[in-house]
Design a protein around this ligand. Structure first.
Ligand code: GLY
Length: 400
């Protein structure tokens, strides 16, 4: 077993090194993304069915209709983020105007302390908006969002609590929660209050200690007893194949999250962790040749399992950033190039179809039979982000 795995490892690395350098026509991909987004904006009013609280695209249902979600859902910030990325790439004020409208639609979330998904919602929307416009109102909303999220931090556990509404958990922390730390780091930079930074570092350290297995794959959920320090009740999955499996998007959140923590802290242990996760992903025997993973690295019927384009898009974006810090940057950049090349050539929607989503073939929650082989807004968001990062790297510009 050991020998065959090491042979596969060598093959994977050789394969990645030999894959073509990025050969993507970014201009034409963004032009197509603009056309798709125009379709989506045109379809949104009818998809509301008179319900004003339905504000952000979520997916396409079995009958081909656009499904929208209210602002409190974890995905509500991704479409505003897509609009900000179109504005960043094109400089076209039309996209800034649309980004402002869809960002404003989720304003109330700054006060919603009932969810850990604050970073996903508010950083992808208001965070990108603030970086591009320096609008003072966006800054205030980001600070309020961070303050609200800080109410979910527990000193005994050392983490932000994830879900409140699942009776099977006591104090659940999911790997996805790593992505919310970017908002907290930003809040310290914007306010000068180190509390947010310290909370983010504590959450990252606790996650690094408890979420990972020896091979650097990670659990989806670690459930803590918040009445006692360092007390873990169980390590399980919610969206993966099994408690001991490696849910693909969870691995993507890990690589992206720890790379971002290294950017914000310059603590080498986060860089090492991101590299370890990257090795697990890229050398995994079930990773397909196009580097778009199956929805779970241990799904039972590989290769007859759905892929998850959203995981590949998020991994690619994280790997591009990691490539700028790591001694193994060349390998990571080539892997990200391959992911983006595959997504661009084989996973994009034809223009005018799929209600304006850009990428197809993502998996939301296979075990719940929800959004399987579907278009999803976070796939589109991280895909455009990865393309922007690839472009900056190619032009010798800094990512941050
Ligand atoms: N954060 C939820 C998911 O990745 O599906």
């Amino acid at each position: 077993m050991k020998i065959s795995l090491s042979i596969l490892t060598v093959f994977s690395i050789v394969f990645v090194l030999n894959s073509n350098a990025q050969n993507i026509d970014t201009k034409s991909v963004f032009a197509d993304a603009e056309k798709q987004t125009e379709v989506m904006i045109k379809d949104i009013p009818a998809a509301r069915h008179g319900k004003a609280d339905l504000v952000s695209p979520r997916t396409v249902d079995a009958s081909g209709q656009l499904v929208l979600s209210p602002s409190f859902r974890w995905t509500s910030g991704f479409f505003p983020g897509v609009l900000w990325y179109l504005y960043e790439y094109t400089g076209n004020k039309k996209w800034e105007a649309q980004a402002r409208i869809f960002t404003d639609n989720i304003k109330r979330e700054q006060f919603n302390g009932g969810t850990h998904d604050m970073g996903f919602k508010m950083y992808c929307s208001y965070g990108n908006g603030y970086l591009l416009t320096k609008d003072e109102m966006y800054k205030e909303i980001l600070l309020q969002s961070a303050k609200t999220l800080s109410s979910r931090f527990n000193n005994t556990v050392g983490c932000f609590r994830s879900w409140d509404t699942m009776p099977q958990f006591t104090f659940p922390v999911i790997i996805d929660n790593m992505l919310n730390l970017e908002l907290m780091f930003e809040a310290t930079k914007l306010s000068g209050d180190s509390m947010y930074y310290k909370m983010a570092v504590s959450h990252a350290n606790t996650t690094m200690k408890n979420h990972f297995r020896k091979d650097f794959s990670c659990y989806h959920v670690v459930d803590y007893d918040s009445t006692k320090p360092a007390s873990i009740i169980k390590k399980v999955t919610h969206q993966g194949y099994s408690d001991e499996s490696a849910w693909a998007r969870g691995q993507a959140w890990a690589i992206y999250g720890f790379t971002m923590c290294y950017r914000e802290t310059k603590d080498p242990k986060y860089l090492q962790q991101a590299e370890n996760v990257a090795e697990y992903i890229l050398n995994n025997p079930t990773m397909p040749a196009d580097l778009v993973p199956y929805w779970d690295f241990n799904a039972p019927n590989i290769p007859n399992e759905p892929r998850d384009a959203s995981a590949a898009a998020c991994m690619a974006s994280g790997l591009y950033e990691l490539s700028t810090y790591s001694k193994k940057g060349k390998i990571y950049r080539k892997a990200a190039d391959k992911m983006i090349e595959s997504l661009t050539n084989n996973y994009r929607s034809p223009i005018g179809e799929n209600r304006g989503f850009i990428l197809l073939h993502s998996t939301g929650a296979k075990t719940h039979n929800s959004e399987v082989d579907a278009p999803l807004p976070y796939a589109d968001y991280y895909y455009l982000e990865a393309l922007l990062r690839a472009k900056k790297i190619k032009e010798g510009k800094k990512l941050f």
